[in-house]
Each structure stands twice: as C-alpha cells, then as structure tokens.
Design a binder for this molecule. Structure first.
Ligand code: THG
Length: 381
C-alpha cells in the first residue's frame, strides 16, 4: 500500500511520539474516529455525529476521554512558591482540595498556559494544563531559582462526565455525597480500588465532573464502570463525546493555542480578571502587567456575530479580519454555527480601537469570501 491514501486526510504514524490516553482503546471502541494532537498525545475530536454529541452535552450527559489534560506536579517545600511565581492570582488563597483557574505567565506577561491549579497539599500542586509544555517551563524556573521542588508529569489522566445529568451518573458510581462537592473543589478517593481525584469541573458550562485516574493501568476498568452507570441511568441519552467546539464558543471557554498564546498578555485575551495586581503576592510578570495595564493592551479578544442565516464553513486556521477599506485589524480564531442563537459566531482578536461593542468589520470565512461581522459580548449565551 502507498501512503498517504488520501493526501488531503493525512494519517498519523502511531509511534511512541503520539502518546495515547489510558482510555484510548475504550474511546476507539465507542466510535472515536478523528484525532488532534494535544500535549503530545492523541486527542479524540469526533465520534462521527457532532449534532448528537452537542445534544448529549446540552440535554443529557456524555463521557469524554480528556486524558490529554496532563498534570504538571510541583512537589516539595517550594511547590507553592513556584506556583506563585508563574500565577498572577494569589495562590495562597487556594484551599487544600480546591481548584483555581489561572493564567501561567512569562516574565514579560505572555500567557504560557491557562490551567486549573489543584492544591492537593501545601507541598503538592497539580497544574491541569492546556496544550503547551508547562513542565519544561516550571523545571527551568525551579532550577534557575534554586527552588526545593520536583517537577514531574505524574500518571494522572482525567475522564470527564459532562451535561445536566452528569451529576446523577457520577453519584450512581461514587455515592450521593459527591453532590455536595462545590465548583472546582475535589476529593481524593477510590472506586473499586482504582485511585482517583474527583472534581466538579470540566470544559463546558453544562455542569459535570472530572475523574482524574491516578493509575493508568486501570483506564479500561474506570471507563467501563462509568459507561455502565450512564447507560443504566440514561439509556439512549448517554454516549461518548469530546470537548465540544460549539458549546465552548457559545459559553466563552478559552482554548490556549487557538484563541491566544504566549505572544498575548492576559489583558489581550480576557484573562485580566484573573490577574490580581493589587495584592501583596509577588510573581514574575507583575512588573510587566502593571506596565501593560497602564498602557492598555494592543488588541482584544472579542465575540463576533457573522452575517448569514445558514451555517458558514468553520474556521480551520486564523482568518483575516479587515476594515471596510481592506486594511487589516486582526484575526478570527474560532467560529461555529450556534444552535442556541441560530447564527454564526466567532472568537477573534482585533486591535483595541476596533473592539467596542457594535463595531462592524469584515471577516474572511473558510471558502475565502468576506462576510460582515459585528463585535458582541462574550459569553455569547
Ligand atoms: N479541566 C481540566 N484540565 C484542563 C481543562 C479542563 N486542562 C486543559 C484546559 N481545560 C485548560 N483550560 C481551561 C480553560 C477554562 C476553564 C478550565 C480550564 C474553565 N473556565 C471557566 C470560565 O472561564 O468560565 C471557569 C473559571 C472560574 O470560574 O474559575 O472552566 O477543563 N481538569
């Protein structure tokens, strides 16, 4: 056979570089048919029926293999010190058993990542990261600052249950007491001898939990357990899904690497609300952020309504945004047809001068044509 079979649909060589989650075989058996690469791992991005996946998430519950949400573990007496150097939030306010959404910043204020920080102990922190190499950044910092902390990627892999019935599915397995867990709080527990961390979290605004598997050899068992509980409770209204590209745009959940990256500062990408510049805590980017706050950011992450009552082809790469005279003002980062709003919506980065609500601009769409777009608030729904 000659490769690639279809040059427009390149195949991935399944070597050691394309790491697999402990749920990979189960997800494949349930119909995973398309993958992206995230944190050097294969991430399932489709089970072949986007409409059904959206419906399960919005109205019922779905099980997502999110083993690609890798943990960067900071362990040792200086774990909190290292976390604070990288985070603009006052991480001393994070309680043991709590999660904090936080930007991870370089000294010049660049957004290196936007993980959930989990405080397991005073001397043990996990950063549940988006798609960039936080482990290497943390190792470099720890070394240069001579901190007493060990930075590793532990054998931990999240499995998400998301949707309005997710809590019922999780309670059926872990017991009714899990209903008392508050948003972003977590417990360390086990189920049938499988060690897990159970957190009320997940990359959707439809509610649910993430079960962080702490023994990769038992991924199949955990998946089967959760699958059986969902099927018993919900029957047809249960199935596999992925972090949902439609719901996440509607809900204004951010995707590092798609919406912004380390070349952006938090004020350019709506992460300013997580930057506490007036507290006593010090962090690497503080000086830079004070300066940027003073000057004002160069560009802004905004929502757009795109013209048209039919779904437009979704953005496959950053697309051009221009003024009516054709001059460039930014890029469209991600777009989708919104079933809830019945219109095309997008997240875009535009020059600050063009970012006010109601401003109209032109957006390039995937077929190369330009459509009219209006700046609107985020979240869209
Ligand atoms: N869960 C876990 N790990 C993750 C993600 C996750 N790692 C990768 C990626 N997602 C990290 N990025 C995000 C981005 C947004 C949110 C969580 C992780 C999020 N934000 C809410 C918001 O912005 O409305 C909540 C913020 C808050 O109120 O504190 O949930 O999803 N384990």
């Amino acid at each position: 056979m000659i490769y690639p079979r279809d040059p427009d649909r390149p195949e991935i060589a399944m070597g050691a570089r394309a790491r697999r989650s402990p749920f990979f075989d189960r997800a494949k058996a349930r119909g995973a048919c398309m993958y992206s690469i995230y944190n050097h791992m294969l991430m399932a991005t489709s089970y072949g029926n986007p409409g059904r996946e959206y419906d399960l998430l919005m109205n019922h519950a779905a099980i997502w293999d999110v083993g690609v949400e890798r943990q960067v573990q900071l362990e040792g007496p200086d774990a909190m010190k290292l976390a604070q150097l990288m985070s603009p939030r006052d991480v001393s306010k994070c309680k043991i058993g709590q999660g904090f959404y936080t930007p991870i910043l370089s000294r010049d204020g660049g957004v290196i990542n936007d993980p959930i920080l989990l405080k397991l102990n005073e001397d043990k922190i996990w950063l549940s990261i988006a798609d960039s190499d936080v482990k290497l950044y943390a190792m470099g910092l720890a070394d240069a600052m001579e901190l007493d902390v060990v930075v590793t990627e532990p054998d931990v892999s999240p499995l998400a249950i998301q949707g309005p019935r997710a809590e019922d599915v999780v309670a059926a397995v872990f017991g009714e007491e899990i209903r008392a867990i508050r948003y972003f709080y977590f417990i360390e527990t086990e189920i049938q001898g499988i060690p897990v961390v159970l957190q009320r979290s997940g990359w959707s605004k439809q509610g649910g939990f993430e079960i962080y598997l702490c023994d990769g050899s038992r991924g199949g068992e955990l998946y089967d357990l959760m699958w059986a509980a969902g099927e018993t409770l919900l029957g047809e209204n249960w199935g596999p899904g992925t972090p949902n590209p439609i719901e996440r745009i509607e809900s204004g959940l951010f995707s590092w690497g798609t919406d912004f990256d380390e070349q952006n500062n938090p004020f350019e990408c709506r992460l300013g609300k997580w930057c506490d510049l007036d507290g006593d805590h010090d962090f690497l980017a503080k000086e830079a952020l004070l300066r940027i706050r003073e000057q004002g950011p160069r560009e802004q992450l905004v929502g757009l309504h795109l013209a048209g009552s039919e779904p437009l082809p979704g953005a496959v790469k950053p697309m051009q945004l221009t003024r009516k005279d054709g001059s460039e003002i930014g890029t469209l980062r991600a777009s989708t047809w919104s079933p809830r709003l019945e219109r095309n919506i997008a997240l875009a980065r535009v020059l600050t001068a063009e970012s006010e609500l109601g401003n109209t601009i032109l957006a390039e769409v995937a077929d190369g044509s330009m459509v009219e777009a209006t700046v609107v608030n985020v979240p869209f729904v």
